[in-house]
Design a protein. Sequence first.
Length: 376
Amino acid sequence: MAGALVLSVLGTWAALRYGSPFRYVRALLVAAFVLALPSVLAYGKLWARRGRRYVASRRRDGGHGTTFVSEERDPESESALSAVATALAREDEYRDVRTEDFSDGEGLLVTHSGFHSSFVRRTEDGRLVVTGDSETTRSLARRIGDLRGVSMAERPNNPFFSPIPVRGAPRAFLSVLLIVALAVGVGSVAGAAYPVDSYNTLEKAVLVSYDARADFVPGVSRTDARLDKAAFMTDSLGEEAVEIRWEANESRFLVEDAEQALAISADVRTRLRGTDSNSLSPAQAARVDRIETDLHEAERSVAEAITVRLENDTTGEYAPRLRSLRARLRRAAERPIRASDSASERRRDDRPSPWESKPAVLSYVIARQTTAIGWD
């Protein structure tokens, strides 16, 4: 229950924090599943037990009794059991009558002459219940009905049966299943909060945790969370170099790793540019500088890993694309983040505009159009 509650709170908070509430419906469904599954299994065992008893009672053809319940409430239900015990103790048909403690109150254990036993109990609403597996249970029910002036009717289900919690080895398996379900729910929230392919589910969960700390932990500001995420993303960028070195020869994942490295680099730059340099504390400003230094080092590391694969001729048909990605990483590693703000607004893909690199092209096109319409 605690896990389901935490997941529900997490999903609700994420919907408010990141927007697009419908993306978090899956997490809420998982929370409902985790909350309901133990109860469903417990009631399922109860229904299965009642079903077996019902089928067995239908097959007996009036033989052994199962459960008898009084149609009416005993007029003196509080003293009914003691009165029944006193009356039965005087009759030779019953070998022993004694009081027993059950999980839901006191009852009677009636031992017949043939060593068969029956149980007599009272429900909360004052009805008498007689249970047992011998033929003498039927006669005992009739006798109690006569003693108390009530009608005892055979019932397929015992009113004292209650949901049966999962115990033993199945409980261990259930616990594992619920833990896995909660992990899936948390992963669903993380994936909806950061719907990009640059990070795996665990990394997305870490990013969400930084946002949660900023919202719920006193003393942690949004700027601190932004820097935490930038530092974490920088570490993830450095891991792309390791993945590139370990990818299989001529694998398309080489290109994917390099593209993810560029995407992560852009994310880090976005986080650092989003900090207001005028409002940073000295410690935060120093941290920004460290993250930028680490970022450039990680970009160079990924570019170097690509170079190693190219020099070893293990990239196959992906070599041209990898050379282009390496060049972009090298340019990014040489470009200061703060100084590139204005340039990033003009050039989205780290490549110069054709009109900026070739200013004569525009004049040439205008001249051609002028000649075509006879204005020369």
